[in-house]
Ligand binder design. Structure first.
Ligand SMILES: [Zn+2]
Length: 99
């Protein structure tokens, strides 16, 4: 089994785009949360990483992974009543006093 062809052209975020050295782990990671949920009410959370090549010193950023998470949208959409887990209570009395 000596197949050199790869079907996927997906770039490995851990590999230096300049010299091809594979980095053990990102220097820094952070998450980007999409401001709007999709049609199914799910939020896409993108895990980003900044990398630094130990060989050539090149730095780059790449998407490590994307996670789709169930969003418990508090406003508008209430067709499905899935209330599992955390419930965030908002004190409406405080809002009334502002008006
Ligand atoms: Zn490099």
């Amino acid at each position: 089994m000596a197949r050199s062809r790869r079907g996927k052209k997906q770039r490995d975020p851990f590999v230096c785009p300049r010299c091809g050295t594979r980095v053990e782990e990102p220097v820094k990671t952070w998450t980007l949360v999409s401001p709007f949920p999709d049609k199914k009410g799910r939020i896409t959370v993108t895990v980003m990483g900044s990398f630094r090549c130990p060989k050539c010193g090149y730095t780059w950023r790449a998407v490590i992974k994307k996670i789709k998470t169930e969003a418990a949208a508090p406003a508008a959409e209430s067709e499905e009543e899935k209330r599992e887990g955390e419930i965030i209570e908002i004190d409406l009395d405080d809002l009334d006093s502002i008006e």
